[in-house]
Design a protein around this ligand. Structure first.
Ligand SMILES: NC(=O)c1ccc[n+]([C@@H]2O[C@H](COP(=O)([O-])OP(=O)(O)OC[C@H]3O[C@@H](n4cnc5c(N)ncnc54)[C@H](OP(=O)(O)O)[C@@H]3O)[C@@H](O)[C@H]2O)c1
Length: 225
């Protein structure tokens, strides 16, 4: 049985990944910022002993310590999924919104991953939910430039870590889940949540035991940085 951490899993793609890993028999450590999530309660009842619920806002000062304290086994996969969208322009975004966006989408995930990197098993994967909008080369974030910039910042921090003296032994992954029918992706999105999650599980599994840093989507295609 593998130990999987999904950080940011109250709904959407994160929740679907929790369900997918539980269904194939793994133990899943789930980080959400609010207690009392009905879907997770039901999953915990269906899969006794295999869902470890950790309540923490990922942007909180004590998030890394709180998550580390709740882990009782080395992690085979850690996925930092939480993210927020941003439709403002550079002109109309407030400083507080900029801080929240970049803290949630780029800084907090890397900060927590770095703190947990000594808690990973051999052959582990540390993954982050990025977006094709974070690809500077593809330049697909004209409609949401600040969101794209926050995911580009995530990718940049990830690549920097992969070249730093304190890089982890684990494989580092930036993931694009597709344009997915969630609260964030909206009803017009072409990809169903279960299909995105199923593809992401394949992408995660395929990188166990590898070294280096990769940017791939839910169909195992490599994206340019
Ligand atoms: N949907 C798409 O088409 C698409 C495309 C490319 C990339 N992505 C990325 O994929 C990831 C998941 O997206 P989604 O579509 O599933 O989004 P979603 O339905 O809006 O869900 C976002 C999740 O992130 C959690 N979250 C946000 N901020 C958090 C914080 N500070 N602490 C803890 N949890 C936090 C939310 O928890 P609460 O319920 O507490 O708010 C929720 O569980 C995001 O990183 C997103 O940027 C999505």
């Amino acid at each position: 049985m593998q130990n999987i951490l999904i950080a940011g899993a109250s709904r959407g793609i994160g929740l679907a990944l929790v369900r997918a890993f539980l269904e194939r028999g793994e133990r899943v450590h789930v980080v959400v910022r609010q207690p009392g999530n009905e879907a997770l309660k039901n999953l915990a009842e269906q899969h006794p002993q295999r869902l470890n619920l950790i309540v923490s806002d990922l942007t909180g000062d004590q998030a890394a310590e709180r998550i580390a304290a709740a882990l009782d086994a080395p992690l085979d996969i850690a996925l930092f999924n939480a993210g927020i969208s941003a439709r403002q322009t550079i002109e109309d975004v407030s400083h507080a919104q900029i801080v929240e966006l970049f803290l949630t989408n780029a800084i907090a995930p890397l900060r927590i991953a770095r703190a947990l990197s000594t808690r990973m098993a051999n052959d582990a994967v540390i993954a982050f939910m990025s977006s094709q909008m974070g690809s500077v080369e593809l330049a697909r974030s004209a409609e949401m430039p600040l969101y794209g910039a926050s995911k580009a910042a995530l990718n940049s921090l990830l690549r920097s870590w992969s070249r730093a003296a304190d890089r982890p032994n684990a494989c580092l992954l930036a993931l694009h889940p597709g344009w997915v029918k969630t609260d964030m992706g909206g009803d017009n999105a072409p990809v169903e949540i279960v299909d995105s999650a199923a593809g992401l599980v394949v992408s995660l599994d395929a990188h166990r035991g590898k070294s280096g840093c990769y940017f791939v989507d839910y169909q195992q295609q490599t994206l340019p940085w």
